[in-house]
Design a protein around this ligand. Structure first.
Ligand code: FES
Length: 163
């Protein structure tokens, strides 16, 4: 019995992959959702244009944890270009149907990954694809508004730092 969620979601929620941080990450992406106030972070290591390591941490819900875990497995070892093109739709195709109210959780995961890639490309002074740049502006605005509306508490910050 999996409750309201597909089997794939419950499996990744119970046994999430790639949770945590990467201390010397090449790129870090942080995003927030205005409605629920949840925050998600993705960390990547890049080697020869491929994602050699990836980790995430989140205050998000069951679906947020499960889809992030799934997404890390989908893009680990793949090229940056492939990861940029991987969207929340691809995640939901793999996870199975989630309640409509939970669709944004997969957007959060894809956004956090794309932000980590953006961060990496910026640090490497690479040419950032126009689509990624546009996405970055939307995500940044969302995060600012989320932080304004749902202030991260000191306790939450400490928890994230000690993840
Ligand atoms: S991440 Fe906000 S409800 Fe799932």
């Amino acid at each position: 019995m999996n409750g309201p969620y597909p089997k794939e979601i419950m499996e990744h929620f119970k046994n999430p992959k790639n949770i945590g941080t990467i201390k010397d990450a090449d790129g870090i992406g942080k995003v927030g959702n205005l409605v629920c106030g949840d925050v998600m972070m993705f960390y990547i290591k890049v080697d020869k244009n491929k994602i050699s390591d990836i980790k995430f941490q989140t205050f998000g819900c069951v679906v947020a944890i499960a889809v992030s875990s799934m997404l890390t497995e989908m893009v680990k070892g793949k090229t940056l270009n492939y990861a940029i093109k991987t969207t929340s739709k691809d995640i939901l195709k793999k996870s199975g149907k989630v309640p409509t109210i939970k669709a944004h959780c997969s957007v959060l995961a894809a956004d956090a990954l794309h932000e980590a890639i953006y961060d990496y490309m910026l640090k490497q002074k690479m040419k950032i694809p126009a689509g990624l740049e546009k996405e970055h502006k939307r995500i940044k605005k969302n995060l600012e508004n989320t932080e304004k509306k749902h202030k991260t508490t000191k306790l939450e910050e400490e928890l994230l730092n000690n993840f």
